[in-house]
Design a protein around this ligand. Sequence first.
Ligand code: 1CP
Length: 334
Amino acid sequence: MSPIEQVINKNDTSLNPIWIMRQAGRYLPEFREIRSKNTDFIELCLNEELSSEITLQPLKRFNLDAAIVFSDILMLPYGLGQKVEFQKNFGPRLGELNINDIAKVDEIDFVEKTHKIYKLIKKVSSNSLLKNKNTIGFVGAPWTLLVYMINQQSPKKKLKENFFKDDFLINRILLIIEKFLKIHIKNQVDNGANIIQIFDSWAGLLEEKDLPSYVYTPTLNLVNFVKSLNIPVICFPREIKNYKEFCEIVNPDVISIDYNVDPKEIAKILKIPVQGGLDPKVLLTDKENLKKETMRYLEIFKDHPYIFNLGHGILPETNPDMVEYLVNIVKDHK
Ligand code: 1CP
């Protein structure tokens, strides 16, 4: 059993496994090198030679306990035939969403567009670098995907007015998203993903009263689906106010926390395994501060099943030496 599985299945508190959200990406010069020659991001994700190499890059450098598949949550709208592009210094830009078009898409159409991702997972998960380590497959949560598909760009830039004006339409889209997320998850697991993480990056945009319809119920359906495949599921409902309520209702195997919540409070109120928390900006400071902050999380969770990670993705300006330092602190901690 891998260290991460020991935390999840046996409530182990001695092994301190670690992986890092967005570990395969822009802070690594070897990634930037490949990226500079491959300007179309979707094409790069679908090139299984290059995307498997990128997935393994951080494991060649650091003693991490898992690889996260190099792909993107927006491969789902892409698979449904919505136009998706990534623009430099802007982020994702999606085409207009046409409900009648996506309602006609069937499983064969979808998998035809996404099957290279499953090939990449097969290739990566059988690599010897992953011996006794995990291959983490992932999806965006229905709510976060709905946000991108309707908003057509990051809500960080702006959220369309009247986002909720057509309830009926929103619910239809959510059902389509859920159906294809299950197909996407099943194919990832069939090809070697042995943990699934659900990223709900924009859960924090919702008011409390809307959480049941848009976050709890659709995520619970997916969590139950992953569990039915006998694979652990990690949820990251970023910036929700009430992690306890989320865990009671959705009941994931692991809850990944953001850096705005008080880890002490989390350790006290949550019984299930916890992941993450450290502010990615700490990696931009100095080693002394990084050590202090890392030790704070390790101390708080010393008697709690805990997977070390950040409270959001690693920032592109991070120096890889700091990552190495972080991984070593965590791995050397007894
Ligand atoms: O190591 C890894 O984690 C790489 C695989 C990965 C993952 C898990 C990528 C590659 N993207 C993601 C998830 C993802 N994608 C999320 C959830 C996690 C999070 O909140 O960060 C989200 C919201 C996206 C959407 C997306 N794709 C964004 C964010 C835009 C926004 O609204 O702020 C961006 C910038 C992308 C492009 C992207 N995806 C991945 C990489 C390495 C990049 C950068 C591409 C580049 O320009 O080089």
